[in-house]
Design a protein around this ligand. Structure first.
Ligand SMILES: *Cc1c(COP(=O)(O)O)cnc(C)c1O
Length: 400
């Protein structure tokens, strides 16, 4: 909220697509907890599942049947995930997937992309050093230089740089959000994911898709299904917890069997796969049938089309980039291809537009560099009211 020049709003409750603040103001919510709430707030089936699970005990530190059922739901949707391990957060899942990639390859370096976010893992809180393929430097106080030294950062959609870095014999993994959504939504250029897959194969490097946002959202099987590219490991979070703390990582059986106790790569978590989160996850995933994905795509399209028209009508130049269930309104005249073009957006205008939306009962992500998360709870009427509010808000930010 600071980045759009206002104080945070304290939320009292949520139902469906609507949140209510402590002063009693209602908003149509497009943050939806930054992605988990694909069914909207307080979905009756999810609430019932969580209450029922809680009444039978909240955590055991021992396996439960529901965990196995959830694993089956995941592997059915995401065939590259033959085995998975649950964690309590996406950060933890990323950290563990990297440890596994290093163990499996006997290599150290990780390639990541500028503007991507994979949780607050020390080694990934890195920014590019000077020049291509040099070691990353910490982007946060408290992170050791030695933690980021094995991280290499290049621009998203930069195929030539990716091929060059991917010839490094010490490169353990290429780590990416297959559709980056933490610099705003910036889809891969045609052929880019395939080029990364080939470069990884040529070099014996693992390809890790961080599908914490895209998983179970852009398609039942995530971005890997949408684009038809198979990663070696997949990181999942957000929707997989159904609004409770859960995440996971998984992949080919022979890789995952390296994880303790089956294998020698240590990883554990007291509350991993706890019954409440698993119950919320099962209730959420089971609701996501083919009709649900069609509806989500339709809602996103209507919103994107409406927002483009509203901006045009007000004479404001924006670029709306979207995939089913994800969208960003960039205050940029040109398409956004990477972090550099995202960062060139007019963030002051974005901030003014957001403040004007909040005044009209629409709650957008309070940053140019985040995604909107339309959900199955957003109705045609919610979209119509949002577009109306957006048109008025665009008119307010037109430079006079
Ligand atoms: C949110 C996010 C994470 C981190 O998940 P947490 O549960 O917040 O630790 C990792 N990767 C991506 C792509 C995310 O959007």
């Amino acid at each position: 909220m600071r980045s759009i020049g206002r104080d945070p709003i304290f939320i009292a409750s949520g139902r469906g697509a609507t949140i209510t603040d402590v002063d009693g103001n209602d908003y149509i919510d497009y943050v939806c907890s930054w992605g988990p709430l694909i069914l909207g707030h307080a979905h009756p089936e999810v609430v019932r599942a969580v209450v029922d699970a809680a009444s039978h005990g909240t955590t055991f530190g021992a396996p439960t049947e529901a965990e196995v059922e959830l694993a089956a739901e995941v592997t059915r949707r995401v065939p590259t995930v033959e085995m998975l391990r649950m964690t309590s957060s996406g950060t933890e899942a990323t950290m563990s997937a990297i440890r596994l990639a290093r163990a499996a390859t006997g290599r150290e370096r990780i390639l990541k992309f500028a503007g991507a976010y994979h949780g607050h893992v020390d080694g990934l809180l890195a920014q590019a050093g000077s020049g291509l393929a040099t070691q990353g430097i910490p982007s946060s106080p408290g992170v050791l230089g030695s933690a980021t030294a094995a991280t290499v950062i290049i621009g998203w959609n930069d195929e030539a740089a990716a091929r060059q870095v991917a010839s490094d014999p010490n490169l353990a993994a290429i780590l990416l959000e297959p559709v980056p959504a933490n610099m705003g939504v910036v889809p891969p250029e045609p052929g880019f994911l395939r080029a990364l897959r080939e470069a990884a194969d040529d070099n014996g490097t693992l390809l890790i898709f961080d599908e914490v946002i895209t998983g179970f959202r852009v398609a039942p099987g995530g971005a890997q299904q949408h684009y038809g590219i198979d990663p070696d490991l997949t990181i999942m979070g957000k929707i997989i917890g159904g609004g409770l703390p859960a995440a996971a990582y998984g992949g080919r059986r022979e890789l995952m069997e390296r994880i303790a106790p089956a294998g020698d790569v240590y990883q554990a978590g007291t509350l991993s796969g706890n019954p409440l989160a698993v119950a919320a996850a099962l209730a959420t995933l089971r609701h996501l049938d083919a009709d649900a994905y069609e509806q989500l795509a339709g809602t996103t399209d209507a919103l994107a089309t409406g927002l483009r028209a509203a901006a045009r009508g007000a004479g404001v130049s924006v670029t709306v980039q979207s995939l089913p269930g994800l969208l960003t309104v960039f205050f940029s005249e040109r398409p956004v291809l990477d972090y550099a073009t995202a960062a060139a957006s007019d963030t002051a205008a974005y901030g003014a537009w957001c403040r004007a939306l909040l005044d009209r009962g629409v709650y957008p992500p309070a940053s140019q560099f985040e995604a909107w998360f339309p959900s199955l709870a957003h109705s045609d009427d919610d979209v119509r009211r949002t577009v109306e509010a957006a048109a008025e808000a665009f008119a307010e930010v037109v430079p006079r």
